[in-house]
Design a protein around this ligand. Structure first.
Ligand SMILES: N[C@@H](CCC(=O)N[C@@H](CS)C(=O)NCC(=O)O)C(=O)O
Length: 197
């Protein structure tokens, strides 16, 4: 498989984490590397990465890629229907609700000198991010994983929290379950192998 990838993209990172956790061999190609855009752009009507090229076809939405990897391996989602549902819902929450606050922080800080940062935008993004953590703390409920195994929430939220941390936003102490969970995720080989820095 070939993954067209932007290292700091949270959607790409969750796919890299998942491929690595599942032990699937893949070749990583930076989406901006010489000549690569000419290859991946015509493959997707959405004009976004990740794009995964497989023997079964070209897949261009991260969540569709993850569902394909579940179809292929049957190792990514838990067995029970209620847990599969929980995994999918938290993955979606990560992409939408968690992503929304962090996007403001990252877009404001990225590629700009600190003197030009709009702190109102940054603080509002941090506030939104923090306001969305109680739901996750409750869903985790002090367990090792959000469901009975490493699944979609682990890949999706590891990428989001790590990007938050890289941009100066840590999980506050009032969320001990999430903090411990994230520390454990960072110790996994998949994290070391896929981090963009
Ligand atoms: N819904 C898409 C979102 C992917 C996305 O937004 N990717 C961004 C990077 S994070 C992208 O490729 N943007 C176009 C560009 O950077 O040229 C998915 O889940 O795959």
């Amino acid at each position: 498989m070939i993954l067209f990838d932007k290292p700091e993209c949270p959607f790409c990172w969750k796919v890299r984490l998942t491929l690595t956790e599942l032990g699937v061999d893949f070749e990583l190609r930076n989406y901006l590397a010489p000549y690569q855009e000419d290859i991946w752009r015509p493959l997707t009507p959405n004009q976004t990465v990740p794009v995964l090229v497989t023997d079964d076809g070209v897949i261009y939405e991260s969540d569709v890629i993850l569902e394909y990897l579940e179809d292929l391996t049957a190792k990514l989602l838990p067995e029970s229907i209620d847990e599969r549902l929980k995994a999918r819902l938290i993955n979606k929450y990560s992409d939408t609700k968690i992503g929304a606050g962090l996007r403001e922080v990252i877009f404001e800080k990225r590629d700009k000198p600190e003197s030009e940062w709009d702190w109102q935008r940054i603080n509002s993004g941090i506030h939104t991010f923090f306001s969305r953590l109680p739901f996750l703390e409750e869903k985790l409920d002090g367990q090792e994983y959000f469901t009975s195994q490493y699944s979609l929430p682990e890949a999706a939220l590891t990428a989001r929290f790590a990007l938050a941390e890289a941009y100066g936003v840590e999980i506050p102490e009032q969320f001990p379950g999430l903090r411990d969970w994230f520390s454990r995720m960072k110790l996994r080989a998949s994290f070391q192998q896929t981090a963009p820095w």
